[in-house]
Every structure is written in C-alpha cells, then in structure tokens.
Ligand binder design. Structure first.
Ligand code: ADP
Ligand code: MG
Length: 616
C-alpha cells in the first residue's frame, strides 16, 4: 500500500534525519533545496527537510484527523504534494520558500518504512481471514482492495484482537494476567469505564503494570510521552517492536476468555491475530445484485467489496461443486428467464438460474438464434473454449455450455450492465476516483490475460460489465485467441467486422494482435470511462480514425480527467507496439495512482472529489 507521496520524485520514504542531510549535501546545499520523508513517529505524517544558509531545517508535517496535512501552526492542505506546492510560493513561517526539489538520485527507490510492512501484513491477514481466501484469489483481493480494507481495519480491528478485553476493571485485568503462565510481556488492552479511554496492562517480573492510553485533540492514541498512532492496533503492533517507554515490550497476548475459542487465532510477532465473528464475515452466498450490506459496527458507511459478492471466486472453488464441473451442462439444471439482458448478432443474452449441488447461482445465458448454422455454433464453441480456461475475479467466468433448444453459453451474472451505459446514466453520482477504481480492476483482469497468453481483441467499455458500482469484469471473448506458447501475437488472415476505433495501428495495417494491441484498446476504454461513456473519435469513420492516428494525433483529455490518467492513455496509444507498455506496467501505474488518491483522504476514495473542492 503505497504512501500518498509515493509518486513524488523528492519523496524518500522512511529515511533518517542524517540520511536526509546527506542527500541534501550531495545535491549542493542551495537555498530552498528540499526533500520529503516519512515521519517515523506519527503514522501517515511526513518531515520536510530543507536547506537555508547552509543549515538544515526539518519540519514535521502532521496528518490531521480529517485527512489533511499541516506543518504545526500552518495551513492545512489536502495532500503532501499540495502542501509542498503551497510552500514553494509562500514561506509562511518556514526558513525560506521551497525552491528546488532534491530528487532521488537515479537508482534510489523510496525506502519502505516499518509502518508500510506492518500495514501490508495486516491487510493480507485481514483479507485472508475475513473472506477465507488463499493463493491468487487472495493476491488479487489485496491488490484491488488494499485501500478499502485498510480503512475497515483502522476503525474496527482492535475489537477483534485476542488481546482486547473490552470494558473490564483494573482488578479483573490483573486477575486475568495472573492466571496461568506469567511470562514477561504478557499483555492485554482494556477500555476504562470512566470517560471511555483505554489502558494497557502488562506483566513484567511477575508484576502487572498499567499504562493509560491518552488520546490527543486530533484523536491520536499514545501512552504518555510515547509515539502517537491513529489506531489502537497500530499502537499495540508498534509496542511489540519497541517498548517506547513501557517497562518491557509487548510480547504475548493474554487472550480474552470471552471470545469463542476455536475461532481465536494467535499471532506470531508480526502477523496479527484477528478474531472475526460470523457476523463480520458478511456474506458469501448472497447474490451480488440487490444486496444491501449490513453496516459494520463502528464503521459509518460500509460498502460492498468485490470479495463480498458471490462472483469473486468461481462457484467451482468449492471442492464439492468442482466434482460436477464439466463443459456441458444438463438442461434440467438450468432455468431460463424471459428477461433479456442484452443482445447481439448471435442472438440474445437471457437471465437465468443454474442449480448446482449445494447452491443455485444467477447466470447470464447467451442463447444462439434458433436457426443457427454450424459456423455460428463453432464460433460460440470457440468462445466457450477460451472462457473455460480463464478464472479470475475480474473476468466474467463461464459456467459451461448447454446444448438443448439451441446452443447456450452459461456465464456468471454481472447485473450492472456494460460500463459505458452505467457511467452515462449515473454521471453525477460517480466520482472520478470510482472510475479509476473500476479501470484498475480491468487492468488486473487484462494483466491476467496477458500472463496466460490470451489476446482479447475486443476490449471496449461495452464489454466491461459491472457486478456493482465498485466491481467490474471483462467479458465477451467472441474474438479472443489463445496464443501458442512461443508466439507473441496472433495474425488474422483476413480482416473481419472489426472495432477499428479500438484497434492499434499494427492490427489494422498488419492484422497483428497481441497483448500490446489490447493495451491500445485499454487506452480507448479508459477514454470512454473518463468521459462517462462517450463515443470515441466523435463522428469519425474507421478509415478517418486511422489517418488521424497516422498523423500523430490522439483524442483529447476528457474534461475533469486527472492528468495522470490521461498520461496513461497516451502511453497506451504509443504508435509502435514495441515501445508501448504491457499490462503488467499499466496495472502498476494505475494501481499506484488509485492508491494515492485513496490514501489522500481518510474518508475514502468516494469522497475524494468533495475533498478536492474544499481545498484551495
Ligand atoms: P456480443 O458478442 O454480441 O457483443 P456480449 O457477450 O458482449 O455479446 O453480450 C451482449 C450483452 O449481453 C452485453 O452488452 C450485456 O448487456 C449482456 N451480457 C452479456 N454477458 C453478460 C453477463 N455475464 N451478465 C450480464 N449481462 C451480460
Ligand atoms: Mg460485446
């Protein structure tokens, strides 16, 4: 989970004061030379290190409870970048204005700090235990949802820790600590009845010590004189590494006897223990659509995450169901609804229900027109063969095919419909950050395709379907091809009915299709998304678009589209495929932008736009 400053070239991450001074010396010690580093004492805070009259100055930047950043006594800013911009125009109490960024020398990456790895481990453990995910499903959940999960953890995690004992008295705490073995560092955290503050109780040399946990005006927690943290779990994790004023560091959790045993997970030093009640494991079997999430205690607004839906993992991820998995489905297990979800040349897509061993799932059924010729059937079987080999949370999965009144392709349901229609109908409700989130998910799905050596050949907003407002899946593999192991592209013998406006030059000129040409289409899809569903290249016809591109022209930046996202589109539209980034790079770029906007505000990415508006 990168930092809100991770994209800044003058941000060094977790380096010490003396290291910062070394870098400033190396860069020449000119007046106003500055760099930014992580603050080691307050989570989410920074230090601005700068030079004036050959002297070093270090200004701590605190992150306020409302998610803004400020140097003590100075104005608040929405992010570290905005803060630096401000002080480059106005010294406002600093030794001088910021004049020259001391950028990281080439080859020097920013230094991840102790908090970063702590956060990473927590997010991983939380997702693993809440949604019972492992392997790729776990990795993809971390990549796509780290900012959301972090917020979830920050507000509620301590209540699920084995060491959290709720409201008990000092005497009861002592009784619990003295019962059983009494190793140094055995501890618990309790809430104090009076004024609902917290206390830490710790054994050392067979004696229990109690420490009050103070909360400052901005809501940060600390033991008196100690390092301040935004949340109690961070404080405890930190005190496990450093005593920071305690008589001993926290070592062993004294487990709360009121937490049902068996579900209690004890931790090794760095991974955390999370106790998650069944209520917290919010669902898994409910349908993706029509689901209203239960608010989680302590969390104001909760939103449904991809992992909460029934289509995050394959229905065959259950070993019981896997036993029945075959390409051809039995007609009697399939119920077809009258409702039409969409249509195309092949016929229409109907809603339906597929009966499995243990559950019934909502499905979308692509039904071939009844008078179907062999060639059309073969086409659909090819599509089915491709989809059969894919399994990713951000790709519409095929359940199987069914040959009955006509040939049918049965897929998992994405009831939100195509991306461009969704965005154009909900323009005012969907902030740009939500669009970034969805396009990041498309990048995850495409990166998976690239790794598996498949080319999609029809990536467009019309073929990105939504499960809900925060969950997108790539669909329509009608033109897709699996590449042979040592091929990097597919060569079409003849041109067909092609979506030219989405195609890279080499597709049109040489009929060469690769993941790199899918990247071009991804750029066009991004443009469609950031315009909230407009048609690319206006009224131009296919051949006009080709000459437009040949002249080196590209579509303009959509209104209100972040500069970073337009820059990525332009990279996707690199003329030569050899110079174009692949999906691994595209995903990394959009991920880091997505995380940076999510990290900028405490309230979460949905609120980003309003926060922006409130900032000078
Ligand atoms: P075509 O090859 O004709 O473009 P698509 O596979 O894109 O066919 O499907 C056409 C339409 O059917 C989509 O735009 C969408 O509205 C609907 N549809 C397709 N697949 C699904 C699905 N899995 N869930 C919900 N709707 C779907
Ligand atoms: Mg389509």
């Amino acid at each position: 989970m990168p930092d809100a400053a991770s994209h800044l070239p003058f941000f060094y991450g977790s380096i010490s004061r003396s290291e910062a001074e070394e870098y400033l010396k190396l860069a020449g010690m000119s007046d106003g030379l500055f760099l930014l580093r992580q603050c080691l004492r307050s989570l989410g805070g920074y230090v601005l290190s700068m030079v004036h009259n050959l002297q070093f100055y270090h200004y701590p930047i605190e992150r306020q409870l409302n998610g803004t950043y400020a140097i003590a006594g100075g104005k608040a800013h929405c992010g570290p970048e905005e803060l630096c911009e401000f002080y480059s125009k106005d010294a406002d109490g600093l030794c001088c204005t910021l004049r020259k960024p001391c950028n990281r020398p080439s080859g020097v990456e920013f230094q991840p700090g102790i908090f970063d790895s702590m956060r990473n481990n927590m997010v991983r453990e939380y997702i693993r235990q809440t949604w019972k995910l492992e392997g790729d499903a776990l990795e993809q959940a971390i990549i796509s949802q780290a900012p959301q999960v972090e917020k979830l953890i920050a507000t509620t995690a301590h209540e699920k820790m084995s060491w959290y004992h709720g409201t008990i008295t000092r005497e009861e705490a002592e009784r619990r600590l003295y019962s059983g073995a009494q190793p140094d560092g055995k501890f618990l955290l309790r809430e104090r009845k009076e004024n609902s503050t917290y206390a830490l109780s710790l054994i050392y040399g067979k004696t229990v010590y109690h420490y009050r946990i103070d909360q400052d005006k901005s809501g940060k927690y600390a033991i008196p004189e100690g390092t301040k943290f935004d949340t109690l779990w961070q404080l405890v994790e930190y005190l496990k590494l450093k005593p920071d004023g305690l008589i001993y560091f926290l070592k062993e959790s004294c487990p709360n006897p009121n937490m049902p045993s068996g579900e209690l997970i004890l931790q090794a030093s760095f991974t955390l223990s999370l106790f998650l009640s069944q209520a917290q494991r919010r669902l898994g079997t409910l349908n993706a659509d029509g689901y209203t999430p239960e608010p989680i205690a302590g969390l104001g607004k909760s939103r449904i995450l991809p992992m909460d839906t029934s289509v995050y993992e394959s229905p065959y991820s259950d070993p019981e169901e896997l036993k029945d998995k075959k390409l051809f489905l039995k007609r009697e297990q399939l119920m077809i609804d009258e409702v039409e979800l969409g249509s195309g040349n092949f016929g229409c897509v109907r809603k339906g229900v597929y009966k499995m061993r243990k559950k019934q799932i909502d499905v979308a059924i692509k039904v071939l027109k009844s008078n179907n010729e062999k060639a059309v059937k073969d086409e659909m079987m090819k599509e089915a063969q491709i989809m059969h080999q894919l399994d990713n949370p951000y790709i519409v999965r095929m359940i199987g095919v069914c040959e009955a009144e006509s040939l049918m392709l049965v897929m998992e349901m994405a009831s939100g419909g195509p991306l461009h229609k969704f965005l154009s109908s909900k323009r005012d409700e969907i902030p740009v950050s939500n669009v970034v989130e969805l396009m990041h998910q498309v990048a995850i799905g495409m990166k998976y395709l690239e790794e598996k050596n498949f080319v999609h050949r029809d990536l467009a907003a019309r073929n990105v379907l939504l499960v809900n407002q925060h969950y997108a899946k790539i669909s329509d593999f009608g033109l897709s091809k699996a590449l042979a192991a040592d091929d990097s592209y597919y060569k079409a013998r003849t041109a067909g009915k092609w979506p030219l406006k989405w195609y890279a030059p080499e597709c049109i000129l040489y009929h060469k299709f690769s993941s790199k040409s899918d990247v071009w289409s991804y750029g066009v899809t991004m443009w469609e998304a950031f315009t909230y569903g407009q048609k690319p290249y206006k009224k131009m016809k296919g051949p006009e678009v080709i000459s437009f591109i040949e002249q080196g022209k590209r579509m303009e930046c959509p209104p209100d589209c972040p500069a970073e996202m337009y820059k990525l589109m332009q990279q996707c539209w690199t003329y030569k495929w050899e110079d174009r980034p692949g999906f691994a790079a595209v995903e990394t770029i959009i991920r880091s932008y997505y995380y940076s906007i999510a990290a900028k505000t405490e309230k979460g990415p949905e609120e980003e736009d309003k926060t922006k508006a409130a900032c000078p």
